[in-house]
Structures are given as structure tokens and as C-alpha cells.
Design a protein around this ligand. Sequence first.
Ligand code: NPW
Ligand code: ADP
Ligand code: K
Length: 510
Amino acid sequence: MNRAYSAQAVRDAEAPLLAAGEPLMLRAARALAEHVAEHLRSAASEELRGRGGRVLVLAGAGANGGDGLHAAALLRRDGIAADAIATADRLHEEGAAALRAAGGTILPLADTAPGMLEEQLATTTVVLDAMLGLGGRPEVPAALAPLLAVVRSSGVPVIAVDLPSFVDATTGQAAAEALLARETVTFGALKAGLLLPGGAERSGSIHLVDLGLSPHLTAAPTVLRLEDADVRALFPHPDRDASKYTRGVVALAAGSEQFPGAAVLTASGAARTGAGMVRCLAPERVLDLVLRERPEIVTHPIAETVVDPGAVDLAAVGRTDALVVGPGLAADDPRATAGLDGLREGTGTLRRGVIDAGALSALTTAHRFGPDVVLTPHRGEAERLATRLEVDPELPGAQLAPALARATGATVLLKGAITLIAPGDGGPLRAQDDATAQLATAGTGDVLAGVLGTLLAAGLPGPDAAALAAILHGRAGRLASRDGRQPLVALDVAAHLPEAIGTILAGAQP
Ligand SMILES: NC(=O)C1=CN([C@@H]2O[C@H](COP(=O)(O)OP(=O)(O)OC[C@H]3O[C@@H](n4cnc5c(N)ncnc54)[C@H](OP(=O)(O)O)[C@@H]3O)[C@@H](O)[C@H]2O)[C@@H](O)CC1
Ligand SMILES: Nc1ncnc2c1ncn2[C@@H]1O[C@H](COP(=O)(O)OP(=O)(O)O)[C@@H](O)[C@H]1O
Ligand SMILES: [K+]
């Protein structure tokens, strides 16, 4: 599990070490220089061909610039050409002195003639983004915009120092012009902004350098990211004596005349994740479709004309460990109302379940749930729900998801390129980045609801079930699209779930 911290928590952890005279900056710079040298040596570093190895540091005013300048000095001592452009009026004095002493040049940005930057970049192998780190605000000063544009269009790979510049280290909020790093070498601890939307897209692969901060990181992490090892630890495995009932029964209130396919997709997601049994409550015509694709589903027909939620008797359905309500339902579908009532804290008969799509539209301020109930809105649904619950719908996702969790008591899984999970019990946000943009196609959310329903039925706590569902769904999507290279349809995602689960449990990269 990755644990990421606010900028303040990292500064607080550094403070006692700095007070004790620990050379943190030199330690950081040494690790950075080693990483860059390795990047240059790496056979995979195609940029080296015909270009030689030359490093250009974009150095800002603060300690982040200091890291970059010291690293450049160390690279020079290793025989690697490294120079800097100063992007601020001041520079970290020691860092600048070290680079000059090692024979490097530092050119103030204001002194670069037109065309000079392009020329310099044409002979550069790697750019080190050391403009701003922990202290950076997500706004690009006008004087720096042309530099960023030239670096971007040069195509020279960027390694971000500590975190990409113009990204807020705590919230991930990023200036639109901030550079996209291929890699980020981050010091002491992961910063929350590296895992959150905004920062995450700009960070590339993240390499954490140990500065000995851990014993001093007393604040709780603000963002978590679960990994394959967590799936291996948490994924419910049938034991020798397992029965379909011990594995968990998931009931789906999904699919309508208007959206019959949603039931097929949700049922496929649930069954392919290893449910002991999947029930489906739907009109006959929907169930016929479901059975054609998934004959193992246990069907519970409801009258197409039923309008009274009281006529949908969840208790009569038989043993159910988790309920998925909403895929393919209109807000006024009686199954939505009955499902929400069934999952309600205190009065409901069920404790675990997923509230998706149409059922989210039926949710009001009167509803309250526990953390093993998971709401699964996409951004548009989250905004509409927020408006009804008197939460500011314009909040960024990393704040909107927790606000919705507080307003409902439920765990909130906010879908998107990065899936954010705010636990209903107030625990740290989880930010999962496992997917591919090929998943942006109708019906994949229904599959996700089914996956999540099965994990909840197996007894996983809501936040863990939600994180695992995001990982498995994302991995299945990547397998189905050959790592994003080819299009997929939602049923392909369900079809690849067993392989996704199998490769993760085997510890192999697919
Ligand atoms: N502490 C340690 O032990 C260690 C720290 N380490 C390193 O230190 C880094 C943190 O350094 P830092 O605190 O000096 O902040 P940093 O981000 O370099 O610069 C802030 C400056 O930028 C300015 N500024 C802000 N936003 C701006 C904007 N949008 N556009 C323009 N300017 C902007 C702001 O000035 P202001 O405008 O607020 O007056 C301020 O002067 C950390 O990320 C890591 O790399 C490592 O060496 C390991 C040990
Ligand atoms: N750009 C993207 N990158 C990665 N995953 C995405 C992207 N866009 C959507 N997804 C994922 O695809 C799924 C879409 O769900 P949703 O919008 O509810 O679709 P539907 O309602 O049509 O089933 C979610 O799991 C979401 O996280
Ligand atoms: K940086």
C-alpha cells in the first residue's frame, strides 16, 4: 500500500532531522543524480542515440531548485554534462555555487535570446524540473509560460524533482501548463498531490527516495493507494470447505426495459469476480437477456408495471449478503426506492451494497448508510447528488468524494481516470490509478458495480472492496484493450476479470 502525506506532514517530519544537522538536501541530490545517471545509462533510454548525455536543470528559487543544482554538480563530477536555467530571480546559493564549482553554467531565463532555448534543448537528453517542490502553487507566472511550451514541444523527457512544478503537493491541483514528467524522483515520503488528479497525470512513474523520515512521519497519511500485494492480502479466496453461501450471495436490482443490457453487464461483473451466487431482480424480458449471456444467474422476476416499492420484497428474495441497486434503473423505479430503504442504516435489513446510476438519483437527505454501502457516481452523477445533498458540486474530486461520504455515511467511489474512494468512516482517501481510457465507454460502470457487489457479499469492508474493485476492473480493462492499444466493449471487461484476478494473485505482471 502506498501512503501519501500532506506538504505540512512532510515538512514536520523533516524538521527534527534538519535541526539535528542531517544533510537531507545532499542526500536527496545524490539519489537524484544516481537516478538520472541510471536513466542516461539505461539501454532503454532511446533519447541517448545521437544526442549524447546532457542534462538541463530548470532551477527555481527554493530548496527544490537546490536539489536540482546539487544533483547537476554531482552529475558533472561523474563526467556527465549538466547545466541549469534559473527560472527565478534568486537561486539556492549553495546549490548554485556547487554547480559553478563543478564547471556548470547557470543561465538566467531572462538572458536567453529567442531560439536559444530550442537550440539548447536540441542537445539535451533529459530535463530536470526543479522549479518548485513542496512550496509550489498551481499557477504559472507569465514569464515562465514560453519556457514550458518550448520544453513540452521539444519532446525531451522530463524528470520531476520531488514533484512536478506548479502542482499543489497536498491537493494535486495543477496549472494546466505544468510539464508532464516521465518520472518523478520524490524525497522522504510520497506527497498526496502525486496520487491525486492533477498531479497524478503529470508525475509519470514515481520513485521514492528514503531520507530516513519515516520515524518522524507521525501524521496520518491523507491519501492511500492499494497495489497488487493488497489484492493478494484481501481478495476473498474460497477455502476447502467453501459453499456458494459462504462465498457470498449478491443480489442485483438492475436492468429495465429502457436499459436491459445493464443487468447483463452487472451480472457478468459479479459472476466473473467469483460470487457464490448472483441473483437478479428484474422484469422477465430483462431476465431472458441475462440468462442468455449468464445461465448461472438466479432470476427473480418482477412485474413490469409495478410502481409501489412495497411490492418489491427484498426479504422474499432469499439469502442475500450484498445488494447492488441502480444499474439501468430510472430514479422512479420501485427497485431503487426499495433498495435504498433496504440498505438504510438502522431500519434496513441489509448492511452491504452498491448504490449506482438510477438509485443515486433517488437518494435524498433523508437517507443515511454505513461504510459498507458504497455509492458509485461518475462526476456528473456526483455533482447532481451533491446539489441535492447541499454539498458544493464544484469541489474538486478529492474534496467532493469525502463531502458526499460525510453527507451520507456511505463510502463514495467517484469514477474517473483516477478512481477516488472516500471511506464512509472518515478514513483516508484512496486514489486508484489502474485503468485505461479505453474504459471510457458505456456500460463499463455497470460491470464495476457487479465486481464491487461480489466483493462486498464476500464480507470485505466497503473501502477495501471499493479499492479492490477499481484495481480489478482497471486491470481487466487493460487486458481487454491490450494495455489501451485497442478498443473494448463493456462485456470484454467482465470477460477478462478472471485473468486479471489470476495474474494478480499469481504475483505476475500481465
Ligand atoms: N526541507 C527539507 O529538508 C528538504 C527539502 N527538499 C526539497 O525542498 C523542497 C521544498 O523547498 P522550498 O520549501 O524552498 O519550496 P520550493 O517549492 O522549492 O519553492 C518555493 C518557492 O517558490 C515560490 N513559488 C511558489 N509557487 C510559485 C509559483 N507558482 N510561481 C513562482 N514562484 C512560486 C515561493 O515564493 P513565494 O512566491 O511564496 O514568495 C518560494 O520561494 C522540496 O520539494 C524538496 O525538493 C529536499 O532537499 C530534501 C530535504
Ligand atoms: N479516461 C478514463 N480513464 C480510465 N478509466 C476511465 C476513464 N473514463 C471512465 N473510466 C472508467 O470507466 C468506468 C465508466 O463508468 P460509468 O461512467 O459509470 O459508465 P456507464 O454508466 O456507462 O456504465 C468507470 O469505472 C471509470 O472509472
Ligand atoms: K519540481
